[in-house]
Design a protein around this ligand. Structure first.
Ligand code: URA
Length: 210
């Protein structure tokens, strides 16, 4: 993956995203759409996974057929909204290892503080896909990637549903080596740090907490 930012403009992704943005979409539908869209985004983010040839016998004859190479992927959910993307991707890649990073924003310093960190072993040998639906300021995403790099990860990509230009810029400055894959790049952040036009609070909408 050579580009820093990839926007997945597939019509199915864009259609589902529009339904998710709609304020009248129910929690149930929002969750279902997120699951469906995450399958499509997973397809794109894993496009260049290395494959190796394996001798396979079909009912007709033996052939050399491609199969995924090496260690499994590590999927890292940035809590809590990351879990919505994670579920769908796991359906497509059920053997992937899974980790979780929990960060909250300190009210005084406004800096991200870690409250949970549990990731698979041997991150240095895996493709690591960090997932969080909303790339807003980019502060917590950049901090999560710092933690993953400290744990040994070298080949990291960041998968989100929506990105703000501010978040993309912050990530590019902090982690130019981490490609971002998103369904859309929106206009800006508002004063409360929400993506505009966005879809509101992704965690609240997927878990029905508001
Ligand atoms: N997190 C969200 O859930 N929504 C935004 O718009 C920004 C950050």
């Amino acid at each position: 993956m050579t580009q820093h930012l990839t926007i997945v403009d597939h019509p199915l992704v864009q259609h589902k995203l529009t339904l998710m943005r709609d304020e009248t979409t129910s929690t149930k539908s929002f969750r279902q759409l997120l699951r469906e869209i995450s399958l499509l985004l997973a397809y794109e983010v894993t496009r260049d996974l290395p494959v190796t040839m394996q001798t396979t016998k079909t009912p007709i004859e033996e052939m050399e057929a491609p199969i995924l190479e090496g260690r499994k992927l590590a999927l890292i959910s940035i809590l809590r909204a990351g879990n919505g993307l994670l579920d769908g991707i796991l359906e497509l890649i059920p053997a992937a290892r899974v980790g979780f990073v929990g960060l909250y924003r300190d009210e005084k310093t406004l800096q991200p503080v870690q409250y949970y960190f549990k990731v698979p072993e041997n991150l240095e040998d895996r493709m690591v896909i960090a997932v969080d639906p909303m790339l807003a300021t980019g502060n917590s995403s950049a901090a999560a990637i710092d933690l993953l790099k400290n744990a040994g990860a070298k080949n990291i990509r960041f998968l989100c549903l929506l990105a703000a230009p501010e978040g993309v810029a912050r990530m590019k400055e902090a982690h130019p080596d981490v490609p971002i894959i998103t369904a859309a790049l929106d206009e800006r952040l508002n004063d409360q740090g929400y993506i505009v036009p966005g879809l509101g609070d992704a965690g609240d909408r997927m878990f029905g907490t508001k």
